[in-house]
Design a protein around this ligand. Structure first.
Ligand SMILES: [Zn+2]
Ligand SMILES: [Zn+2]
Length: 304
């Protein structure tokens, strides 16, 4: 691989021109989100809440992040495609580009090369990197290095190319069946809040919160980011054990995405689930997978 090309593509502080298309969309989305407040109705609120969960939890948290980025659990291919398609409604780009950015973040967390570290400034980590960074524009060499598993998938290639289409189709449907209020709430207000929730995982949870694990970077656990992002705020736990499908490790660490994955498991749709458990014998959190976790549970029960 041409390493120079790769470095050129990943340097976050490399000043590119502003992504005007993205910038314009974000300004319009914020303005329309405020306008939505004047079109309040129960159907509008309910559509926004349901879609916030579909896009944010099923799509980004369970699909983009815990399934196809980190492979914390396995599902049938059709279920995987369903979850990833839900993620398209968050309008955070196509799955290949999204996963590439996030795997680079894990490979270079808070170091040179991290696409969105608050060490380059809180604003940069939150949204600056979207406007001027390498979001959605990784070159071929970078994709081959970070997402060799996804770049062969024709459906994901299609989603990457036409990442805005599912949201446009949904917007037309909401406008047709629900009217302006439902569309403004279900698309613009919901998308804007969802984007900030994801961005806070990049900014706030690398600045504020507690650390359970000494991970050698700045990741933190933030209960309030977890609440608005369906559990993604337990970010220090996640950086310590990236492949764990469970991020909130204690019962009080609310992790909706984990409950969603458990629900898939009860439905017989999720298996080979990786998770972190506290091993009393070694006094350490350790990653277990599938049946082994049951075995450890039994052993712990026998000891207790
Ligand atoms: Zn992080
Ligand atoms: Zn991750």
């Amino acid at each position: 691989m041409n390493n120079e090309k790769y470095i050129e593509a990943r340097l976050p502080r490399q000043r590119r021109n502003i992504n005007w298309g993205t910038g314009t969309f974000l300004v319009i989305a914020h303005a329309a989100a405020i306008a939505a407040l004047f079109f309040w109705s129960w159907p509008a609120v309910i559509s926004a809440v349901v879609l916030y969960w579909v896009a944010g939890s099923l799509g980004i948290g369970m699909g983009f992040h815990r399934l196809i980025t980190h492979r914390g659990y396995k599902v049938p291919k059709l279920v995987e495609y369903f979850l990833v398609t839900c993620g398209m409604l968050a309008i955070e780009g196509g799955p290949i580009q999204w996963v590439t950015t996030h795997r680079i973040h894990h490979a270079h967390t808070d170091q040179t090369g991290d696409p969105h570290t608050p060490r380059d400034g809180g604003w940069w980590a939150h949204v600056g990197w979207i406007l001027r960074g390498t979001a959605h524009i990784h070159n071929r060499a970078t994709l081959e290095r970070y997402t060799p598993d996804l770049i062969k998938d024709r459906y994901y290639i299609l989603l990457d190319r036409f990442y805005y289409v599912p949201l446009i189709i949904l917007a037309v449907l909401l406008l047709g069946f629900g009217g302006w209020g439902v569309m403004l709430w279900g698309i613009f207000l919901r998308v804007t809040l969802g984007l900030h929730a994801t961005w806070l995982v990049n900014s706030a949870t690398h600045m504020w919160g507690k650390r359970r694990f000494n991970t050698g970077e700045d990741s933190r656990n933030s209960w309030w980011v977890a609440l608005i992002s369906f559990g993604e705020g337990w970010h220090n736990n996640h950086h310590a054990h990236p492949t764990s499908a469970r991020h909130g490790l204690r019962w009080y660490e609310i992790d909706f995405n984990w409950w969603g994955i458990r629900t898939l498991q009860f439905l017989g749709l999720a298996r080979a689930i990786k998770r972190v458990r506290f091993n009393r014998a070694t006094s350490a959190w350790q990653l277990v997978r599938g049946r082994r976790s049951q075995k450890i549970r039994q052993e712990m029960a026998a000891k207790a």
